[in-house]
Design a binder for this molecule. Structure first.
Ligand code: ZN
Length: 142
């Protein structure tokens, strides 16, 4: 996969809070927290809802489909494990939440804002699978 040196890529370190996210990712399921009180979905993982501060929330599946809200192409990798150029994107998921990730499968050309994308999975090792995005398959019945 372009843009990634799997052996050198920095690993997240799951905490008690984030472990369910990483366990779902390992099973190729994208989840985010949804507040039991106000219904808002949020990411990155938080101990309390950023809208109403409720600590009652539930890990909830996402379709992994969305559109590019913002994007950039990085030409100078900051760490070993990133092979430039690579894409960094903010994705608006269709359940009204946002995720920062990488875009793969597009070559080096910048991606258009509003492009349809869908989650894909980058296996780093047995314990860690990273959600990344790739252009949506227009034939997938969206
Ligand atoms: Zn809330």
């Amino acid at each position: 996969m372009s843009g990634v040196d799997v052996a050198e890529r920095p690993r997240p370190e799951p905490s008690d809070l984030t472990r369910p996210f990483w366990e779902a990712a390992r099973e190729h399921r994208l989840v985010r927290q949804v507040c039991d009180a106000c219904g808002r979905g949020f990411f990155t993982p938080q101990i309390a809802c950023p809208r109403c501060l409720s600590t009652a929330w539930t890990w909830t599946p996402s379709t992994g489909r969305g559109t590019v809200y913002s994007a950039t192409v990085v030409h100078r990798a900051p760490y070993p494990g990133f092979t430039s150029p690579y894409h960094v994107v903010m994705v608006d998921l269709e359940e009204d939440w946002t995720m920062l990730s990488n875009l793969v499968g597009t070559g080096e050309a910048p991606v258009a804002i509003g492009s349809a994308v869908e989650v894909d999975w980058l296996e780093l090792e047995d314990e860690i699978t990273l959600p990344v995005f790739r252009p949506a398959d227009e034939g997938s019945g969206r």
